[in-house]
Design a protein around this ligand. Structure first.
Ligand code: SF4
Ligand code: SF4
Length: 202
């Protein structure tokens, strides 16, 4: 037995005092625990809570379903023929989405589906309160996925030092060109010079 341990043993009740001191210290220290659900957590704006589907952007291209590592995206669609807009024109066909579902009991929130979607039809929402008693209820169909759209936070502001996105400068140029054309059309036409009388050249 070491000398230190021998000293400790010599003072009776020192362990009890030490324990009480620790208890008292913790009693007066403010807790870091958030009392959820009374106190909602402060989440980062890009928290991966749930995936929202913007249905009108989806072309049923299946890219997200093919890239999903968990195979938890289910898509059904059919083709629809759109008649030619003008006589003699060509008919067109487009995909119509019948079913779009994500099984959140399988999803691992990797975000690959959102990254690969070429039409920005999928977005993260920070909502996370959709726990269920039955796993099967974690299969969200397109109607439920669409309800999450209104909880998508606005995009994070650009860095002040960042370059302006080229889409904005292109849109500004197009708007200026259109305004110039409208201004030119609104200008009153210059009066025509009077016609020369016949035979004046002789
Ligand atoms: S977040 Fe990942 S796992 Fe979940 S649906 Fe998208 S691709 Fe699949
Ligand atoms: S969500 Fe995007 S990637 Fe998935 S099918 Fe629709 S358009 Fe294609």
């Amino acid at each position: 037995m070491t000398e230190k341990n021998e000293k400790k043993k010599a003072v009776p009740g020192s362990g009890l005092v030490q324990g009480l001191a620790t208890t008292f210290k913790n009693m007066v220290t403010p807790a870091h625990t958030h009392q959820y659900p009374d106190t909602p957590p402060e989440l980062a704006p890009r928290t991966r809570g749930v995936i929202a589907l913007i249905e009108e952007n989806c072309t049923s291209c299946m890219l997200c379903a093919r890239e999903c590592p968990d195979w938890c995206i289910y898509i059904d669609s059919h083709k629809e023929t759109i008649p030619a807009p003008t006589p003699g024109g060509r008919e067109r066909s487009r995909n119509v989405l019948d079913r779009f579902a994500i099984d959140f009991s399988l999803c691992m929130y990797c975000g690959i589906c959102i990254e690969v979607c070429p039409f920005d039809a999928l977005e993260w929402s920070p909502e996370f309160e959709y726990a269920e008693y039955d796993l099967r209820d974690l299969l969200h169909e397109k109607e439920r996925l669409g309800e999450w759209v209104e909880t998508i936070p606005p995009p994070v502001a650009l860095d002040d030092a960042a370059e302006e996105p080229k889409e904005i400068s292109l849109a500004q140029k197009a708007a200026a060109k259109k305004q110039a054309a409208l201004d030119a059309a609104a200008q009153p036409a210059a009066p025509e010079p009077p016609a020369e009388p016949r035979g004046s050249a002789e």
